[in-house]
Design a protein around this ligand. Sequence first.
Ligand SMILES: Nc1ncnc2c1ncn2[C@@H]1O[C@H](COP(=O)(O)OP(=O)(O)OP(=O)(O)O)[C@@H](O)[C@H]1O
Ligand SMILES: [Mg+2]
Length: 286
Amino acid sequence: MDEAAQRSRLLSGFAETIAQAKERAAQKTHETKIEAINFNFFYGSFQALRNINIRIPSNQVTAIIGPSGCGKSTFLRAINRMHDRTPGARGEGQLMLDGANIYGDLDPVKLRRRVGMVFQRPNPFVKSIYENVAYGLRIQGVRDKRTLDEKVEMALRRAALWDEVKDRLHKASGTALSGGQQQRLCIARAIAVEPEVILMDEPCSALDPIATMKIEDLIHELSDSFTIVIVTHNMQQAMRVSDMTAFMLMDRETRAGELIEFAATDEIFTNPKDRRTEDYVTGRFG
Ligand SMILES: Nc1ncnc2c1ncn2[C@@H]1O[C@H](COP(=O)(O)OP(=O)(O)OP(=O)(O)O)[C@@H](O)[C@H]1O
Ligand SMILES: [Mg+2]
């Protein structure tokens, strides 16, 4: 084959790869994991969320930003029915996971198995590191020691904590770790049961910059396998970790939280459509 023919063959091969990558990207963006349609949320007579419409894509990181009190945590918690035990708290309208209504068809226990949560303050149990991670697996009925060992190790490795704790899995309590390690332990605990979605409510706000960086790296890696929704007050963090960003704001009169804009993260930060988004991301508001 002469050089020109070879080059054109190479190029067409290359073009195919690009086309495939584009197709994959397109598929990735279009697959919806969580969808809200006219979703409202109330605490008694107070409406905390009004008419939320959003499609959160599968296997991507979606950041939720907005001023304090605009309903970010309320929305996040609604996704795994964390409000069930709050008297008077109720959702209305549709909030769906893979097309099934979270407040209708889905059993809350099964739902929480599919949707894990990581909180602002690391909350490890007063149990060994191993038992912290094995906790959910034991609840699921996993008894076999080898299976438990394997799954605990895998979760700790994926949470980038294994090397730091492998020598004291049974000796040290989860609460004896540093704040950043505790947060990675909580992430390991969440992913050990292989959920589909991980919700994170300001997971780094109690951590120093280095521990924060480790969690952010981790979020990147985990988004290959999980759909991640993260609430953050840190604009740089939203830019660094997320593919999509949702901006919420509280209505001045009714005080109900609304979704103002939802788009690819670079759109939200470089070319927002709504003036209020622009004011917020440029620091002129809030
Ligand atoms: N358990 C509750 N009972 C009654 N009202 C509540 C409850 N939790 C939250 N709210 C109210 O709902 C609104 C939204 O609160 P939410 O915690 O979702 O805001 P947020 O955006 O997460 O704020 P922050 O950035 O400060 O964490 C607020 O007005 C808050 O006072
Ligand atoms: Mg909150």
